[in-house]
Design a protein around this ligand. Structure first.
Ligand SMILES: Cc1cc2nc3c(=O)[nH]c(=O)nc-3n(C[C@H](O)[C@H](O)[C@H](O)COP(=O)(O)O)c2cc1C
Ligand code: SF4
Ligand code: SF4
Ligand code: SF4
Ligand code: FES
Length: 596
């Protein structure tokens, strides 16, 4: 095997690829060839490093020099300076405070408080090369389970780790496995839920793209523990790269005797299939997902019977989320006690979050359970974009709740969030600033869940529709005070009476914003005013005459010519004709137009 003096890791995850990481990778190879360095320096395409907004990301080892926003044209300089002459290129490094270049990725605050376990290989290995996974102790957990442990011992180890389902519910994984293991019958299934329907979430996609073998190995260990010989990965078709990588990984693992028949000569057989989903949010719900695999319409059904008793094709089945499965190999190889030493008493280990919204550094972060929201948003995320004021954070995706600055010091655990009206969910974190209207945010999330409701049960189908109509009424300035009570009443009814988790959690964004931002609802209704200036129907634009320089730019750009006047007498906006498009507000070079 050739030895290289340097490795250049180029992120080829979806985020960086959309920023032309493929072209950067190709250029690196040709440039190294041109400089006669191909035998000394190896280019490795990897999965996501997490800091996707700074992509394409390139890391040079052994130093760990982190380059970001690298363009094809930057490559000749990077190769000549760093790889030929040994002089790292400051201009391409991440810039910290006072624009100082930060050479090593470990010193970048975004990575400072992270502890990467589920993401340990993402960004470090070539996900298409099984040997790189094996070199990082891949398949050690499976070998240990098959060679040294009984199925019950495997379940006990997972119980000891305290791992809880990362798909949203947080159910203890080892306990869930023990239910399926105890179900009688020669035929059982294990399933990986890779539907990932939350808007803005991409944790599972990144794991599948960057480290597919971790998921395969976790599933094989689970199948052995529960007595299953067949498994399905249900992945949404909008994740084409993840699907390609999964197919490649399954083929390679079968070739290496790590999947298929008589795995590692142990007599254990396990075959894996991939089922592509059509992208309906409700198909992430476990019973709907199994119906979809069976070729039926993806609709939830009542439980019991639970999947552990009667799941896929009425056989005992166990379903876990991608991140849950990805944690399993290390729990087996390093031990349940090791995993349980991370996190808090009841919420062990780490959790991956997709940090998005009005935060300086968006991306994927893996942090120990118990970390405070403030640490994620301000220490890791770098604070609020454009140094605006933090207003709220939506945690848990469309099923979650909006928390305020009073809750920034809440440790993030499965227990701490529900009393506040929020849930951990699958790990979406959307940060909002003073320009976000909380009524409009509640409307946005409810519009999503209402559209995705499968319509099977009346409380969810009709209740979410009525709630949405009320929110639209309030956002358009036509709300009445009694609508607030009605929203609360409907929200609680939908929560308590819906058949599946979609309806049971859909009112959360509405109920939490009513709880913490009721004054914003009241301002819309009583004063016909949107305090954040986001609800278009309630906006009015006026020219602040003392600031106006009479340049005429607003009048020139107004699409409906409703700013009469001239350079001598000045300009005014005709509120009757104004369509509230905001063009004048953005075009005025002197900030002389007020919006409110
Ligand atoms: C509407 C709805 C959508 C869901 N979507 C997902 C999803 O995309 N991924 C996921 O793992 N779990 C999702 N879940 C949770 C699953 O039903 C199930 O609890 C989970 O896959 C179990 O795995 P875990 O124990 O590892 O968390 C969803 C639940 C509901 C009600
Ligand atoms: S709660 Fe909503 S999504 Fe779930 S079964 Fe009822 S209608 Fe369908
Ligand atoms: S908001 Fe649009 S329509 Fe109204 S005055 Fe300004 S440019 Fe004209
Ligand atoms: S663009 Fe601004 S400064 Fe110019 S006329 Fe309009 S309001 Fe006045
Ligand atoms: S896709 Fe490259 S850092 Fe996330």
């Amino acid at each position: 095997m050739p030895i290289y003096r340097a490795h250049v890791l180029v992120c080829n995850g979806t985020g960086c690829s959309s920023n032309h990481a493929g072209a950067v990778t190709a250029k690196l190879k040709t440039e190294l060839e041109r400089q006669h360095l191909s035998n000394e320096v190896l280019v490795v395409p990897t999965g996501c490093h997490g800091m996707c907004e700074m992509g394409p990301v390139v890391v040079v080892y052994p130093e760990g020099t982190f380059y970001c926003q690298v363009k094809e044209d930057d490559v000749p300089k990077l190769v000549e300076e760093h790889l030929l002459k040994g002089r790292p290129v400051d201009a391409l490094m991440y810039k910290g405070k006072e624009t100082t270049a930060v050479p090593n990725y470990k010193d970048i605050p975004f990575y400072g408080k992270q502890n990467r376990i589920a993401l340990q290989n993402c960004g470090y290995i070539n996900p298409e090369n099984i040997e790189e996974y094996i070199a990082r102790d891949g398949y050690v957990g499976l070998a240990k389970a098959l060679g040294e442990m009984s199925p019950q011992q495997v379940i006990d180890e997972v119980k000891k780790s305290g791992l809880r389902g990362r798909g949203g519910g947080g159910f203890p994984t080892g306990t869930k496995w023990s239910f399926c293991a105890a179900s009688p019958g020669p035929k059982k299934y294990v399933i990986c839920n890779a539907d990932e329907g939350d808007p803005g979430a991409f944790m599972d996609r990144s794991i599948l793209e960057g480290d597919p073998h971790a998921v395969l190995e976790g599933m094989a260990i689970g199948a052995y523990a529960m007595g299953a010989d067949e498994g399905y990965i249900y992945c949404r078709a909008e994740y084409p790269l993840a699907i390609v990588r999964l197919h490649q990984a399954i083929n390679k693992a079968e070739e290496y005797g790590l999947l298929g028949q008589n795995i590692l000569n142990s007599g254990f057989n396990f075959t894996l299939h991939i089922k592509e989903g059509a992208g309906a949010f409700v198909c992430g719900e476990e019973t709907a997902l199994m119906a979809s695999i069976e070729g039926q319409r993806g609709m939830p059904r009542p439980r019991p019977p639970f999947p552990a008793v009667s799941g896929l094709w009425a056989k005992p089945s166990n379903i876990n989320n991608v991140e849950t499965w990805a944690n399993v190999p290390q729990i087996l190889s390093k031990g349940g006690d090791w995993y349980a030493s991370l996190g808090t008493e009841k919420s062990k280990g780490t959790k991956v979050f997709a940090l998005t919204g009005k935060v300086k550094h968006t991306g994927l972060v893996e942090v120990p359970m118990g970390i405070k929201l403030r640490e994620i948003i301000f220490d890791i995320g770098g604070g609020i974009l454009n140094d605006r004021e933090f207003k709220a954070v939506q945690i848990g995706g469309p099923s979650g709740g909006c928390l305020t600055k009073d809750q920034l010091d809440t440790p993030i655990t499965y227990e701490s969030l529900p009393p506040l009206g929020a849930i951990m969910g699958s790990g979406g974190l959307v940060v909002m600033d003073e320009d976000n209207c909380m009524v409009d945010i509640a409307r946005f999330f409810l519009e999503f869940t209402q559209r995705e409701s499968c319509g099977k049960c009346t409380p969810c189908r009709e209740g979410t529709k009525q709630m949405l109509l009320l929110l639209e009424k309030i956002c358009s300035g036509k709300g009445e005070m009694k609508d607030i009570d009605l929203l609360e009443e409907l929200g609680n009814m939908v929560k308590n009476m819906s058949l599946c988790g979609l309806g049971q959690t859909a009112p959360n964004p509405v109920l939490t914003t009513l709880r913490y931002f009721r004054h914003e609802y009241e301002a819309h209704i009583k004063e016909h005013r949107c305090p954040a200036g986001a609800c278009q129907a309630l906006l009015s634009y006026t020219i602040v005459q003392t600031a106006c320089k009479k340049c005429g730019l607003c009048a020139k750009n107004c699409p409906v010519q409703c700013i009469p006047g001239g350079r001598t007498e000045g300009y005014t906006i005709d509120a009757e004709k104004c369509i509230k498009c905001g063009t004048c507000f953005t075009k005025c070079p002197f900030n002389a137009i007020s919006k409110g």
